[in-house]
Design a protein around this ligand. Structure first.
Ligand code: UDP
Length: 327
């Protein structure tokens, strides 16, 4: 396949690029390096240097809203993995305009370009679209329950819902092959804690000998998926003809509370188990911030379509994150 990855210098995108290149595909990455980092793809550039007329790996530092560049790249690919987006709860709460504009306008630009050349598009959506629904585990056809528009956290969920609606509309109305992937908490090497993600933050705090900052009472739970498993799921869906026009959950079903995660990180890094500090949500994010108490995916749909299921445990995830933080 000739593959285009938007946001390919980001955390998930760079792992996806590596996996696809290893399987012999041609990969082009477009990334404006807003939250992505060149460092994430440095290893790829070394391993697959650009040479000849048909380089195996190419990299464009640009925004997906640059129509001319995106058009050219879309004309040269069979599949687009659209991962470029504003992510991270901290970033979303602090920059709501950027979140909404990047997510909605970016996806619109990608779908328009894909349609001109009939490229298949995998849209990375998010478990955030389930909002504060409480019918655990979340199934793809569940109702969504969001908070009010006065709370900026929900703008992320709403922007991802618009992306999903738009992609499905392109499929139904114009016949564009699209697949929607709702990624649940994905972690692994190269994820930065800068935009709020809990696992790299805890690991960095533990390695620096600081207190681990648990927000709220720590009783909220999540399921953490290794990025290598997430990448396998994305590729399996791109290769599955029956997945076109469908929405899929991709996540782990191994649930853990945030407090237990903090204890686990302290345990694995040899830190003092008492080194935990509770921080109120108001202090951590903004006044009136609403968190999800529990988030577990039902992954029977992707299992039925592609046979995919998570393979790596929480212990393996932590080991890899700790190792990468010590590099
Ligand atoms: N969290 C925390 N300490 C941190 C960062 C996050 O206790 O330094 C909590 C956060 O409030 C949420 C959970 O960890 O309940 C997961 O947060 P993250 O931003 O990683 O992902 P989310 O599931 O919120 O998208």
């Amino acid at each position: 396949m000739r593959v285009l990855i938007t946001g390919g210098a980001g955390f998930i995108g760079s792992h996806l690029a590596e996996a696809l290149l290893s399987q012999g595909h041609q990969v082009t990455v477009i990334d404006d390096l807003s939250t992505g980092r060149f460092k994430n793809i440095e290893g790829i550039v070394r391993r697959w240097p650009a040479s000849g007329d048909q380089p195996t790996f190419r990299f464009a530092i640009d925004s997906i809203t640059n129509e001319v560049v995106l058009d050219r790249l879309a004309s040269e690919c069979d599949v687009i993995f659209h991962l470029a987006a504003a992510v991270g709860v901290k970033l979303i709460v602090e920059n709501p305009v950027r979140t909404i504009e990047t997510n909605v306008m970016g996806t619109e630009a990608v779908l328009k370009a894909a349609l001109r050349y009939r490229a298949k598009v995998l849209i990375a959506s998010s478990s955030e679209v389930y909002g504060k629904g409480n019918s655990i585990p979340f199934r793809e056809d569940d109702d969504v329950v969001l908070g009010p528009t006065s709370r900026s956290r929900w703008s992320y969920a709403a922007s991802k819902m618009v992306d999903e609606f738009l992609a499905l509309a392109y499929y139904r109305e114009k016949g564009l092959p699209v697949v929607i992937v709702r990624l649940f908490n994905t972690v692994g090497p190269r994820q930065t804690g800068q935009y709020g993600m809990v696992v790299p933050r805890f690991v960095q705090q533990a390695l620096r000998g600081e207190k681990l900052k648990v927000y709220g009472d720590g009783g909220q739970s999540r399921c953490f998926l290794h990025v290598r498993d997430a990448v396998k799921a994305l590729i399996s869906l791109a290769e599955c003809p029956g997945a076109v026009g469908e929405v899929f959950n991709v996540g782990s079903t191994d649930e853990i509370t945030i407090l237990d995660m903090a204890r686990k990180v302290l345990n694995v890094t040899g830190g003092d188990p008492g080194r935990i500090e509770y921080v109120s949500y108001d202090q951590a994010y903004a006044a009136g911030f609403e968190d999800m108490r529990q988030r577990v995916p039902d992954i029977s749909k992707i299992r039925t379509y592609t046979g995919w299921e998570p393979g790596l445990s929480l212990e393996e995830i932590l080991r890899d994150v700790i190792e990468s933080c010590m590099d």
